[in-house]
Design a protein around this ligand. Sequence first.
Ligand code: NI
Length: 169
Amino acid sequence: MALLPILCYPDPKLHTVAKPVSAVNARIQTLIADMLQTMYEAKGIGLAATQVDVHQCLIVIDLSEERDTPLVLINPQLIWNSPETHLNEEGCLSVPGIYDGVERFDAVKVSALDAEGRSRIIEAESLLAVCIQHEMDHLLGKVFVEYLSPLKRNRIKKKMLKAQREERA
Ligand code: NI
């Protein structure tokens, strides 16, 4: 297993649209293991392949306290969403230190392949539903700050670029 570098906003590579995974093979399984290790190390609850600069439709999530219940979604497709939405405070490993409100569906139903390539349907509500929607956005090249006002987004962009300059210095 290996830790993978996480792309940081406003890296333009975060806006790449991911391609479907064509086969759940050994290469994908290594990527899953590496992404899980990377997410756990970064203390995140979700990570999309886009964030580690791999532009394939693959997401890992773990909402458990013990960090021992990984959920792997390959080629996820939204098949249903609740009519209700609500505002949730979100953060992202690609936008460290920034938290803000995003409107999301309360519940979603998603079809996906699991880590063994089996087709399954996931019914999610509350935090899991929010997390799945956030990670699926990454696969479309969308970062949560893009839901915020241009003013807020520019402020975040400047803050991120400054932090990245200071880190390199
Ligand atoms: Ni994110």
